[in-house]
Design a binder for this molecule. Structure first.
Ligand code: EPU
Length: 418
Protein backbone atom coordinates (compact mmCIF):
# COMPACT_ATOMS: atom_id res chain seq x y z
CA UNK A 1 0.00 0.00 0.00
CA UNK A 2 1.20 3.52 -0.74
CA UNK A 3 1.37 6.53 1.52
CA UNK A 4 1.98 10.17 0.64
CA UNK A 5 4.68 12.02 2.53
CA UNK A 6 4.33 15.79 2.78
CA UNK A 7 6.96 18.25 3.99
CA UNK A 8 4.76 21.22 4.82
CA UNK A 9 5.34 24.95 4.83
CA UNK A 10 6.04 25.59 1.14
CA UNK A 11 4.26 28.32 -0.81
CA UNK A 12 2.54 27.14 -4.01
CA UNK A 13 3.10 29.20 -7.12
CA UNK A 14 2.58 28.62 -10.83
CA UNK A 15 0.04 27.00 -13.15
CA UNK A 16 -1.99 23.82 -12.71
CA UNK A 17 -4.47 22.26 -15.11
CA UNK A 18 -7.68 20.71 -13.92
CA UNK A 19 -8.64 17.25 -15.25
CA UNK A 20 -12.01 16.09 -16.54
CA UNK A 21 -14.72 15.71 -13.91
CA UNK A 22 -15.10 12.32 -12.24
CA UNK A 23 -18.74 12.91 -11.35
CA UNK A 24 -19.51 13.89 -14.95
CA UNK A 25 -17.73 11.03 -16.70
CA UNK A 26 -19.25 8.24 -14.58
CA UNK A 27 -22.89 8.89 -15.66
CA UNK A 28 -21.67 9.49 -19.23
CA UNK A 29 -20.14 6.02 -19.24
CA UNK A 30 -23.40 4.56 -17.95
CA UNK A 31 -25.25 6.43 -20.72
CA UNK A 32 -23.27 4.51 -23.35
CA UNK A 33 -25.36 1.43 -22.51
CA UNK A 34 -28.41 3.20 -23.97
CA UNK A 35 -27.02 3.12 -27.53
CA UNK A 36 -25.53 0.25 -29.51
CA UNK A 37 -22.09 1.04 -30.98
CA UNK A 38 -18.92 2.98 -30.23
CA UNK A 39 -18.98 6.15 -28.11
CA UNK A 40 -15.85 8.24 -27.56
CA UNK A 41 -14.94 10.92 -25.02
CA UNK A 42 -11.92 13.19 -24.54
CA UNK A 43 -10.52 14.90 -21.41
CA UNK A 44 -11.28 11.72 -19.44
CA UNK A 45 -9.34 11.50 -16.17
CA UNK A 46 -7.45 8.29 -15.42
CA UNK A 47 -8.95 7.50 -12.03
CA UNK A 48 -9.70 4.34 -10.08
CA UNK A 49 -13.45 5.11 -10.27
CA UNK A 50 -13.32 5.52 -14.07
CA UNK A 51 -11.51 2.16 -14.29
CA UNK A 52 -14.15 0.58 -12.03
CA UNK A 53 -16.97 1.92 -14.22
CA UNK A 54 -15.05 0.54 -17.23
CA UNK A 55 -14.91 -2.86 -15.53
CA UNK A 56 -18.65 -2.66 -14.88
CA UNK A 57 -19.37 -1.97 -18.56
CA UNK A 58 -17.07 -4.86 -19.55
CA UNK A 59 -19.02 -7.18 -17.23
CA UNK A 60 -22.17 -6.18 -19.11
CA UNK A 61 -20.44 -7.16 -22.37
CA UNK A 62 -18.97 -3.83 -23.56
CA UNK A 63 -15.40 -3.23 -24.74
CA UNK A 64 -13.71 -0.30 -23.01
CA UNK A 65 -10.40 1.44 -23.62
CA UNK A 66 -8.87 4.45 -21.86
CA UNK A 67 -5.62 5.88 -23.20
CA UNK A 68 -4.20 9.43 -23.13
CA UNK A 69 -7.46 10.90 -21.89
CA UNK A 70 -9.55 9.31 -24.65
CA UNK A 71 -12.18 6.80 -23.62
CA UNK A 72 -13.80 4.42 -26.08
CA UNK A 73 -16.84 2.37 -25.12
CA UNK A 74 -18.18 -0.19 -27.60
CA UNK A 75 -21.56 -1.45 -26.41
CA UNK A 76 -22.33 -3.71 -29.39
CA UNK A 77 -21.80 -6.82 -27.26
CA UNK A 78 -23.77 -5.68 -24.19
CA UNK A 79 -26.11 -8.56 -23.32
CA UNK A 80 -26.00 -8.83 -19.52
CA UNK A 81 -27.76 -6.89 -16.81
CA UNK A 82 -26.10 -8.03 -13.58
CA UNK A 83 -23.89 -5.65 -11.57
CA UNK A 84 -22.40 -7.63 -8.66
CA UNK A 85 -21.81 -6.56 -5.06
CA UNK A 86 -18.01 -6.65 -5.60
CA UNK A 87 -18.27 -3.65 -7.94
CA UNK A 88 -20.92 -1.66 -6.07
CA UNK A 89 -19.08 -1.99 -2.77
CA UNK A 90 -15.98 -0.37 -4.29
CA UNK A 91 -17.95 2.38 -6.06
CA UNK A 92 -21.50 3.46 -5.24
CA UNK A 93 -21.88 5.21 -8.60
CA UNK A 94 -22.23 1.67 -10.03
CA UNK A 95 -25.96 2.07 -9.32
CA UNK A 96 -26.02 4.40 -12.35
CA UNK A 97 -26.20 1.22 -14.43
CA UNK A 98 -29.79 0.68 -13.24
CA UNK A 99 -31.44 3.42 -15.33
CA UNK A 100 -29.87 2.52 -18.70
CA UNK A 101 -30.32 -1.25 -18.19
CA UNK A 102 -34.01 -0.89 -17.32
CA UNK A 103 -34.51 1.45 -20.31
CA UNK A 104 -32.66 -0.67 -22.86
CA UNK A 105 -33.37 -4.25 -21.72
CA UNK A 106 -36.32 -3.93 -19.35
CA UNK A 107 -34.22 -5.84 -16.84
CA UNK A 108 -31.54 -5.10 -14.27
CA UNK A 109 -30.07 -6.85 -11.24
CA UNK A 110 -27.76 -4.44 -9.45
CA UNK A 111 -26.39 -4.80 -5.93
CA UNK A 112 -27.94 -2.34 -3.47
CA UNK A 113 -25.17 -0.13 -2.02
CA UNK A 114 -24.76 -0.07 1.76
CA UNK A 115 -23.69 2.85 3.92
CA UNK A 116 -20.29 4.50 3.39
CA UNK A 117 -17.79 6.67 5.23
CA UNK A 118 -19.74 9.85 4.51
CA UNK A 119 -23.16 8.59 5.61
CA UNK A 120 -26.07 6.29 5.04
CA UNK A 121 -26.81 7.27 1.40
CA UNK A 122 -30.02 5.43 0.47
CA UNK A 123 -31.21 5.19 -3.16
CA UNK A 124 -34.96 5.22 -2.44
CA UNK A 125 -35.50 8.22 -4.74
CA UNK A 126 -33.89 6.39 -7.69
CA UNK A 127 -36.18 3.41 -7.08
CA UNK A 128 -39.22 5.64 -6.64
CA UNK A 129 -38.54 7.16 -10.07
CA UNK A 130 -38.16 3.79 -11.79
CA UNK A 131 -41.36 2.58 -10.10
CA UNK A 132 -43.33 5.62 -11.28
CA UNK A 133 -42.06 5.00 -14.82
CA UNK A 134 -43.63 1.54 -14.62
CA UNK A 135 -40.73 -0.72 -13.62
CA UNK A 136 -41.38 -3.46 -11.11
CA UNK A 137 -38.75 -3.06 -8.38
CA UNK A 138 -37.89 -5.63 -5.73
CA UNK A 139 -35.00 -5.78 -3.30
CA UNK A 140 -33.91 -9.41 -2.86
CA UNK A 141 -30.77 -10.88 -1.32
CA UNK A 142 -29.08 -7.49 -1.31
CA UNK A 143 -29.87 -6.79 -4.96
CA UNK A 144 -32.27 -4.41 -6.70
CA UNK A 145 -34.19 -6.49 -9.23
CA UNK A 146 -36.00 -4.43 -11.83
CA UNK A 147 -38.21 -5.58 -14.68
CA UNK A 148 -40.29 -3.51 -17.08
CA UNK A 149 -42.02 -4.31 -20.37
CA UNK A 150 -42.13 -0.67 -21.57
CA UNK A 151 -41.48 2.40 -19.42
CA UNK A 152 -44.18 5.07 -19.62
CA UNK A 153 -43.55 8.79 -19.17
CA UNK A 154 -44.87 10.26 -15.92
CA UNK A 155 -44.25 12.95 -13.31
CA UNK A 156 -41.44 12.14 -10.86
CA UNK A 157 -41.51 14.41 -7.80
CA UNK A 158 -38.22 13.93 -5.93
CA UNK A 159 -38.59 14.33 -2.16
CA UNK A 160 -35.05 15.65 -1.93
CA UNK A 161 -32.54 16.94 -4.43
CA UNK A 162 -30.39 13.98 -5.49
CA UNK A 163 -27.63 14.14 -8.10
CA UNK A 164 -27.27 10.50 -9.14
CA UNK A 165 -30.98 9.96 -8.46
CA UNK A 166 -31.84 12.62 -11.05
CA UNK A 167 -29.24 11.19 -13.45
CA UNK A 168 -30.48 7.62 -13.04
CA UNK A 169 -34.11 8.55 -13.69
CA UNK A 170 -33.12 10.69 -16.71
CA UNK A 171 -31.13 7.70 -17.99
CA UNK A 172 -34.25 5.54 -17.88
CA UNK A 173 -36.84 8.10 -19.00
CA UNK A 174 -35.04 8.98 -22.27
CA UNK A 175 -36.31 5.74 -23.86
CA UNK A 176 -39.74 5.74 -22.14
CA UNK A 177 -42.95 6.13 -24.08
CA UNK A 178 -44.22 9.72 -23.82
CA UNK A 179 -43.23 12.64 -21.61
CA UNK A 180 -41.55 12.51 -18.21
CA UNK A 181 -41.32 15.53 -15.94
CA UNK A 182 -38.87 15.55 -13.04
CA UNK A 183 -39.78 17.90 -10.20
CA UNK A 184 -37.15 19.04 -7.68
CA UNK A 185 -34.47 17.71 -10.03
CA UNK A 186 -30.82 18.29 -9.08
CA UNK A 187 -29.29 21.34 -10.81
CA UNK A 188 -25.60 20.30 -10.56
CA UNK A 189 -23.51 20.97 -13.70
CA UNK A 190 -22.81 17.22 -13.98
CA UNK A 191 -26.56 16.63 -14.47
CA UNK A 192 -26.58 19.26 -17.23
CA UNK A 193 -23.55 17.65 -18.83
CA UNK A 194 -25.30 14.27 -18.90
CA UNK A 195 -28.48 15.76 -20.39
CA UNK A 196 -26.41 17.62 -23.01
CA UNK A 197 -24.66 14.42 -24.08
CA UNK A 198 -27.94 12.47 -24.14
CA UNK A 199 -29.38 15.18 -26.41
CA UNK A 200 -26.33 14.76 -28.69
CA UNK A 201 -27.23 11.05 -28.78
CA UNK A 202 -30.75 11.89 -29.92
CA UNK A 203 -32.66 12.33 -26.64
CA UNK A 204 -35.13 15.17 -26.15
CA UNK A 205 -34.44 16.74 -22.76
CA UNK A 206 -35.27 20.29 -21.71
CA UNK A 207 -34.66 22.18 -18.50
CA UNK A 208 -31.32 20.64 -17.44
CA UNK A 209 -29.69 22.88 -14.85
CA UNK A 210 -33.11 23.85 -13.49
CA UNK A 211 -35.24 22.00 -10.98
CA UNK A 212 -37.84 20.94 -13.56
CA UNK A 213 -36.57 18.67 -16.33
CA UNK A 214 -38.83 17.52 -19.15
CA UNK A 215 -37.99 14.48 -21.25
CA UNK A 216 -39.81 13.40 -24.40
CA UNK A 217 -39.09 9.70 -24.81
CA UNK A 218 -37.50 8.54 -28.08
CA UNK A 219 -37.30 5.01 -29.48
CA UNK A 220 -33.51 4.76 -29.78
CA UNK A 221 -30.26 6.68 -29.23
CA UNK A 222 -27.02 6.87 -31.22
CA UNK A 223 -23.49 6.65 -29.74
CA UNK A 224 -21.72 9.95 -29.07
CA UNK A 225 -18.57 11.02 -30.92
CA UNK A 226 -15.62 12.58 -29.05
CA UNK A 227 -17.48 14.51 -26.40
CA UNK A 228 -15.05 16.56 -24.28
CA UNK A 229 -15.76 15.95 -20.60
CA UNK A 230 -16.25 19.12 -18.53
CA UNK A 231 -13.50 20.12 -16.10
CA UNK A 232 -13.75 18.99 -12.48
CA UNK A 233 -15.10 21.88 -10.39
CA UNK A 234 -14.14 20.13 -7.13
CA UNK A 235 -10.53 19.63 -8.24
CA UNK A 236 -10.47 23.32 -9.23
CA UNK A 237 -11.85 24.29 -5.81
CA UNK A 238 -9.27 22.09 -4.10
CA UNK A 239 -6.44 23.96 -5.90
CA UNK A 240 -8.02 27.29 -4.98
CA UNK A 241 -7.95 26.34 -1.30
CA UNK A 242 -4.38 25.03 -1.64
CA UNK A 243 -3.28 28.41 -2.97
CA UNK A 244 -4.93 30.40 -0.18
CA UNK A 245 -3.76 27.95 2.48
CA UNK A 246 -0.10 28.27 1.47
CA UNK A 247 -0.37 32.04 0.84
CA UNK A 248 0.43 31.09 -2.70
CA UNK A 249 -0.35 32.34 -6.18
CA UNK A 250 -1.88 29.67 -8.43
CA UNK A 251 -3.29 30.06 -11.90
CA UNK A 252 -5.81 27.28 -12.36
CA UNK A 253 -6.38 26.35 -15.99
CA UNK A 254 -9.25 24.39 -17.56
CA UNK A 255 -11.61 25.61 -14.85
CA UNK A 256 -15.14 26.82 -15.53
CA UNK A 257 -15.43 29.73 -13.16
CA UNK A 258 -19.22 29.73 -13.44
CA UNK A 259 -19.26 26.30 -11.77
CA UNK A 260 -17.15 27.48 -8.85
CA UNK A 261 -19.12 30.55 -7.73
CA UNK A 262 -19.95 29.47 -4.17
CA UNK A 263 -16.38 28.36 -3.41
CA UNK A 264 -14.79 31.40 -5.05
CA UNK A 265 -17.18 33.69 -3.16
CA UNK A 266 -16.25 32.18 0.21
CA UNK A 267 -12.53 32.39 -0.56
CA UNK A 268 -12.87 36.07 -1.47
CA UNK A 269 -14.61 36.60 1.91
CA UNK A 270 -11.60 35.03 3.62
CA UNK A 271 -9.40 37.71 2.05
CA UNK A 272 -8.12 35.85 -1.02
CA UNK A 273 -7.46 37.80 -4.21
CA UNK A 274 -9.15 36.19 -7.18
CA UNK A 275 -9.13 37.11 -10.85
CA UNK A 276 -10.77 35.37 -13.77
CA UNK A 277 -8.44 34.38 -16.58
CA UNK A 278 -9.11 33.18 -20.11
CA UNK A 279 -9.89 29.60 -19.20
CA UNK A 280 -9.78 29.62 -15.45
CA UNK A 281 -8.85 31.63 -12.44
CA UNK A 282 -5.82 33.08 -10.65
CA UNK A 283 -5.98 33.03 -6.88
CA UNK A 284 -3.58 34.53 -4.34
CA UNK A 285 -3.56 34.04 -0.60
CA UNK A 286 -2.86 37.08 1.55
CA UNK A 287 -1.83 37.49 5.16
CA UNK A 288 -3.80 35.47 7.70
CA UNK A 289 -7.09 34.15 6.35
CA UNK A 290 -10.31 35.48 7.91
CA UNK A 291 -12.83 32.99 9.27
CA UNK A 292 -16.11 32.50 7.43
CA UNK A 293 -19.14 30.31 8.12
CA UNK A 294 -19.95 27.61 5.58
CA UNK A 295 -23.16 25.74 5.03
CA UNK A 296 -23.29 23.04 2.36
CA UNK A 297 -26.27 23.02 -0.01
CA UNK A 298 -27.25 21.60 -3.39
CA UNK A 299 -25.87 23.52 -6.40
CA UNK A 300 -25.46 26.47 -6.76
CA UNK A 301 -24.91 26.46 -3.00
CA UNK A 302 -21.63 25.55 -1.35
CA UNK A 303 -20.74 21.94 -2.39
CA UNK A 304 -20.43 19.23 0.24
CA UNK A 305 -17.45 17.92 -1.77
CA UNK A 306 -15.51 21.09 -0.77
CA UNK A 307 -16.51 21.11 2.90
CA UNK A 308 -13.46 19.19 4.16
CA UNK A 309 -11.01 21.37 2.21
CA UNK A 310 -12.57 24.59 3.56
CA UNK A 311 -12.48 23.17 7.08
CA UNK A 312 -8.70 22.85 6.76
CA UNK A 313 -8.49 26.50 5.75
CA UNK A 314 -10.71 27.50 8.67
CA UNK A 315 -8.45 25.51 11.01
CA UNK A 316 -5.70 28.09 10.48
CA UNK A 317 -7.91 31.16 9.90
CA UNK A 318 -8.28 34.08 12.27
CA UNK A 319 -11.36 33.66 14.44
CA UNK A 320 -14.23 31.21 14.77
CA UNK A 321 -16.02 29.45 11.94
CA UNK A 322 -19.12 27.26 11.90
CA UNK A 323 -19.13 24.65 9.14
CA UNK A 324 -22.58 23.11 8.68
CA UNK A 325 -23.03 19.97 6.60
CA UNK A 326 -26.58 19.71 5.26
CA UNK A 327 -26.09 17.09 2.53
CA UNK A 328 -24.29 14.32 4.42
CA UNK A 329 -24.72 15.26 8.11
CA UNK A 330 -22.02 12.81 9.28
CA UNK A 331 -19.37 13.82 6.76
CA UNK A 332 -16.78 14.85 9.36
CA UNK A 333 -14.30 11.96 9.44
CA UNK A 334 -11.51 14.42 8.60
CA UNK A 335 -12.17 16.49 11.76
CA UNK A 336 -10.59 13.91 14.07
CA UNK A 337 -7.48 13.68 11.87
CA UNK A 338 -7.19 17.49 11.72
CA UNK A 339 -7.36 17.60 15.52
CA UNK A 340 -4.35 15.29 15.56
CA UNK A 341 -2.53 17.99 13.61
CA UNK A 342 -3.42 20.58 16.25
CA UNK A 343 -6.72 21.94 14.87
CA UNK A 344 -9.35 23.09 17.36
CA UNK A 345 -12.60 21.57 16.07
CA UNK A 346 -15.73 20.62 18.02
CA UNK A 347 -18.57 18.71 16.41
CA UNK A 348 -22.08 19.72 17.40
CA UNK A 349 -24.75 17.79 15.50
CA UNK A 350 -24.22 18.42 11.79
CA UNK A 351 -21.92 21.40 12.45
CA UNK A 352 -18.26 21.77 13.21
CA UNK A 353 -17.14 24.73 15.28
CA UNK A 354 -13.62 25.55 14.16
CA UNK A 355 -11.44 27.93 16.14
CA UNK A 356 -8.48 28.92 14.01
CA UNK A 357 -4.99 28.18 15.37
CA UNK A 358 -1.83 29.93 14.11
CA UNK A 359 -0.34 26.72 12.65
CA UNK A 360 -0.96 23.01 12.24
CA UNK A 361 1.79 20.51 12.90
CA UNK A 362 2.70 17.56 10.71
CA UNK A 363 1.49 14.12 11.86
CA UNK A 364 0.70 10.64 10.56
CA UNK A 365 -2.86 10.94 9.19
CA UNK A 366 -5.32 8.53 7.65
CA UNK A 367 -7.71 9.12 4.75
CA UNK A 368 -11.29 7.93 5.23
CA UNK A 369 -12.92 9.00 1.95
CA UNK A 370 -12.08 10.86 -1.22
CA UNK A 371 -12.58 14.49 -0.18
CA UNK A 372 -11.30 13.88 3.35
CA UNK A 373 -8.05 12.58 1.84
CA UNK A 374 -7.68 15.69 -0.32
CA UNK A 375 -8.28 17.89 2.71
CA UNK A 376 -5.65 16.06 4.74
CA UNK A 377 -3.15 16.42 1.91
CA UNK A 378 -3.84 20.17 1.96
CA UNK A 379 -3.48 20.22 5.75
CA UNK A 380 -0.07 18.60 5.33
CA UNK A 381 0.98 21.36 2.91
CA UNK A 382 0.09 24.05 5.46
CA UNK A 383 1.49 22.27 8.52
CA UNK A 384 4.97 22.67 9.93
CA UNK A 385 7.07 19.52 9.53
CA UNK A 386 6.34 16.15 8.01
CA UNK A 387 2.98 14.44 7.55
CA UNK A 388 2.33 10.95 6.26
CA UNK A 389 -1.04 10.30 4.66
CA UNK A 390 -2.06 6.65 4.55
CA UNK A 391 -4.92 4.93 2.65
CA UNK A 392 -4.24 7.11 -0.39
CA UNK A 393 -6.32 4.79 -2.55
CA UNK A 394 -9.23 7.01 -1.50
CA UNK A 395 -7.49 9.96 -3.15
CA UNK A 396 -6.74 8.00 -6.32
CA UNK A 397 -10.42 7.20 -6.78
CA UNK A 398 -11.22 10.77 -7.73
CA UNK A 399 -8.16 13.00 -8.21
CA UNK A 400 -5.85 12.53 -11.17
CA UNK A 401 -2.24 12.85 -9.98
CA UNK A 402 -3.12 15.48 -7.36
CA UNK A 403 0.19 14.96 -5.54
CA UNK A 404 2.19 15.32 -8.80
CA UNK A 405 0.29 18.46 -9.77
CA UNK A 406 0.93 20.00 -6.34
CA UNK A 407 4.61 19.06 -6.61
CA UNK A 408 4.79 20.86 -9.96
CA UNK A 409 3.81 24.14 -8.25
CA UNK A 410 6.23 23.90 -5.37
CA UNK A 411 4.86 21.41 -2.85
CA UNK A 412 7.29 18.91 -1.35
CA UNK A 413 5.28 15.71 -1.57
CA UNK A 414 6.08 12.18 -2.67
CA UNK A 415 4.81 8.61 -2.45
CA UNK A 416 6.35 5.76 -0.50
CA UNK A 417 5.37 2.13 -0.22
CA UNK A 418 4.20 1.26 3.28
N1 EPU B 1 -30.54 10.68 -0.75
C1 EPU B 1 -31.63 9.98 -0.29
N2 EPU B 1 -32.25 9.11 -1.14
C2 EPU B 1 -31.83 8.92 -2.41
C3 EPU B 1 -30.72 9.63 -2.87
C4 EPU B 1 -30.09 10.52 -2.02
O1 EPU B 1 -32.07 10.14 0.87
O2 EPU B 1 -32.44 8.11 -3.11
C5 EPU B 1 -29.90 11.67 0.14
C6 EPU B 1 -28.43 11.36 0.43
O3 EPU B 1 -28.30 10.45 1.49
C7 EPU B 1 -27.90 12.74 0.73
C8 EPU B 1 -28.68 13.65 -0.23
O4 EPU B 1 -29.83 12.90 -0.58
O5 EPU B 1 -28.23 13.08 2.05
C9 EPU B 1 -27.97 14.05 -1.50
O6 EPU B 1 -27.34 12.91 -2.06
P1 EPU B 1 -27.13 12.74 -3.63
O7 EPU B 1 -28.00 11.64 -4.11
O8 EPU B 1 -27.25 14.05 -4.31
O9 EPU B 1 -25.64 12.23 -3.69
P2 EPU B 1 -25.06 11.19 -4.72
O10 EPU B 1 -25.75 11.36 -6.00
O11 EPU B 1 -25.02 9.85 -4.10
C10 EPU B 1 -23.25 12.74 -5.75
C11 EPU B 1 -21.76 12.72 -5.92
C12 EPU B 1 -21.12 12.92 -4.56
C13 EPU B 1 -21.57 14.26 -4.01
C14 EPU B 1 -23.10 14.29 -3.93
C15 EPU B 1 -23.65 15.63 -3.48
C16 EPU B 1 -21.45 11.29 -7.82
C17 EPU B 1 -20.98 10.00 -8.38
N3 EPU B 1 -21.37 11.45 -6.51
O12 EPU B 1 -23.58 11.68 -4.86
O13 EPU B 1 -19.72 12.95 -4.79
O14 EPU B 1 -21.03 14.45 -2.72
O15 EPU B 1 -23.66 14.00 -5.21
O16 EPU B 1 -23.25 16.63 -4.33
O17 EPU B 1 -21.87 12.16 -8.58
C18 EPU B 1 -17.45 12.68 -4.24
O18 EPU B 1 -17.18 12.95 -5.42
O19 EPU B 1 -16.58 12.61 -3.35
C19 EPU B 1 -18.84 12.46 -3.86
C20 EPU B 1 -19.19 11.87 -2.73
Amino acid sequence: MEKIVIEGGRRLEGEVTVSGAKNAVLPLMAACVLAEGVSTFSNVPDLADVRTMGKLLEMLGARVNLADGVLTVDTAGVDKWLVPYELVKTMRASVLALGPLIARFGRARVSLPGGCAIGERPIDQHLKGFGLLGADIKVKEGYVEATASKLKGCVVPFDISTVTGTENVVLSAVLAHGQTTLLNAACEPEVSELCGVLNKMGAKIEGAGKDIITIQGVTSLEPVDMHEVMPDRIEAGTFMVASVLTKGDLTIKNCRFEHCGAVAGKLIETGAELTRTNNGVRIKGGCRTKSVDISTLPYPGFPTDMQAQLMVLMSVAEGLSVVTENIFPQRFMHAGELRRMGADIKLVGNSAVVRGVPKLSGAPIMASDLRASASLLLAGLAAGGRSELSRVYHLDRGYEKLDKKLESVGARVWRETQ
